[in-house]
Unconditional design. Structure first.
Length: 477
């Protein structure tokens, strides 16, 4: 018989039918009841072995973590907690698991312990739920852009340009690290390297996506990006995935409209397709919250927070309006903010963003028209010559989740901004070229996928929403 996944059996409830199931043993009780899980759903499927039908030595080899294949008949369950179970006729052990050494014993494990055993953590309920939701979110994003006629563009991972101008990039080289070729100035001679120049891992696919948009109208990227940033926070990774749409013939308002629609579509897709996993994580979060001081508890549960974002129109305010609200707020006046807002031009921190969303407006917020001094060179300069047409979307519990802008389409102004920020024109000639040949208003944004998944799952640490996290000092697995 063809194998059937547990989720399929639980949904279709084929009572009386013969089936084959395969999966990993979660628990084995009384030499009779196996809780089997194959990762297709949060729920286990109970396999019932008739006492006396199987040799005792064989039964001793059925331990937590073992992979088994079972044939049997689907019957209505006699016990609590499940509608159906399988009365097993034949069972085979495909891969054994030593119960003395298997790290995932039937007990609660800390998240830190599971990070150290990331190769096995997919088998837990928590991480099974997280990664099914991550998959659903990725599918929803592709569906959203496909329905709107966007082309999925694969932008390079290896690059010679720094899209953000921050310099926090990983170098890629084939030169001998101990004895690299040197120039007359005693510097590393990258002309002898694989690409003939210095190369890095990309921090963003945006610049290349702009090239695509100015011929194909609407494109998006969805790929890995890298930051060599020595950050050990719960919100940063060295390797993460970014969704970056770019639209030709679009302004800042079009950009805000698209980002809001994408976030609402994706969250609604999760609510409709991941109900069981979301409920499990919601319950898990409520248990965690009980151990926190009252003033540190979330104002909303996980599912409530997701519905909150879908059901509310995002509040749109300028950076200047936000600064005035923050300056006059009680936490600022009483110096309860870690970073007190004193003047226009301050770079907003997560505590400020969360105040605006959770306390002041009580809805998601889009901030726009930021000071040019705290934003990237490619953002369109506004007529006031002080601000750029940039926007950030702020969500409850996490702060900034999307950042974007209308791009600077005017060649002379773009060149001026690059000069101000010491970005050499020679290495960016291709980026300047699209401002010479049929330039037009265009806009785009970036969504850090892991930050979105962290928001959607309620996980407190971003390292728990990517399969194998990369961060300073860690490149395991």
């Amino acid at each position: 018989m063809t194998r059937r996944k547990i989720n399929d059996i639980l949904i279709s409830e084929p009572i009386g039918k013969k089936v084959t199931v395969k999966g990993w043993v979660r628990t084995f009780r009384n030499n009779q009841f196996i809780a089997l899980n194959d990762g297709s759903t949060l729920d286990n499927l109970q396999l019932v072995l008739t006492l006396g039908d199987f040799e005792e030595d064989f039964l001793k080899r059925i331990n937590p973590g073992a992979a088994v294949s079972a044939d049997g008949q689907v019957v209505e369950s006699q016990g609590r907690g499940q509608k159906l179970e399988i009365q097993v006729d034949k069972i085979k052990i495909l891969g054994e698991s030593d119960p003395e050494k298997y790290p995932l014993q039937p007990k609660r494990h800390s998240l830190e312990f599971l990070r150290e055993n990331a190769h096995l953590r997919f088998r837990t309920n928590t991480f099974g739920a997280v990664f099914r939701i991550r998959h659903a979110a990725a599918m929803a994003i592709h569906k959203f852009f496909d329905h709107r006629g966007f082309l999925y563009l694969h932008t390079p991972v290896l690059t010679a340009s720094d899209a953000e101008g921050a310099g926090e990039m990983f170098r890629v080289s084939t030169l001998d690290p101990q004895y690299p070729p040197l120039t007359e100035e005693n510097e590393v001679d990258f002309s002898k390297d694989f690409f003939g120049k210095e190369a890095h891992l990309t921090v963003s696919g945006q610049l290349e996506a702009e090239l695509g948009a100015l011929a194909l109208s609407d494109v998006y990227t969805f790929g890995p990006t890298f930051r060599a940033e020595h950050s050990h926070t719960t919100r940063h990774l060295a390797e993460f995935w970014m969704i970056e749409p770019e639209m030709a013939f679009a302004d800042l308002k079009d950009n805000m409209d698209l980002a809001e629609a994408m976030l609402k579509f994706t969250i609604l897709y999760l609510l409709e397709n991941c109900e069981k996993d979301l409920q499990f994580l919601d319950d898990r979060l409520k248990q965690e919250e009980k151990n926190k001081p009252a003033d540190q508890r979330s104002l909303m549960g996980l599912i409530e927070k997701l519905r909150f974002c879908v059901e509310n129109d995002f509040e749109r305010i300028t950076y200047t309006e936000a600064i005035n609200i923050l300056k006059n707020s009680k936490p600022n006046k009483k110096k309860k903010f870690q970073y007190v807002i004193e003047e226009w031009g301050a770079d907003l921190q997560s505590e400020h963003e969360r105040f605006l969303v959770e306390k002041h407006f009580k809805k998601p917020v889009i901030l726009y028209n930021y000071p040019k001094g705290i934003k990237a060179f490619y953002m369109r300069l506004n007529e006031d010559d002080k601000t750029v047409a940039a926007m950030d979307i702020l969500f409850p519990g996490i702060g900034e989740i999307v950042g974007g802008s209308q791009r600077e389409e005017r060649l002379d102004i773009l060149q001026g901004r690059m000069a101000e920020m010491d970005i050499p024109e020679e290495s960016m000639y291709w980026y300047l070229d699209i401002r010479k040949y049929g330039s037009c208003p265009h806009a785009g944004y970036g969504l850090g996928f892991e930050r979105f998944v962290q928001f959607a799952t309620g996980m407190g640490n971003i390292r728990d929403v990517i399969p194998f996290p990369r961060f300073p000092g860690s490149i395991s697995f």
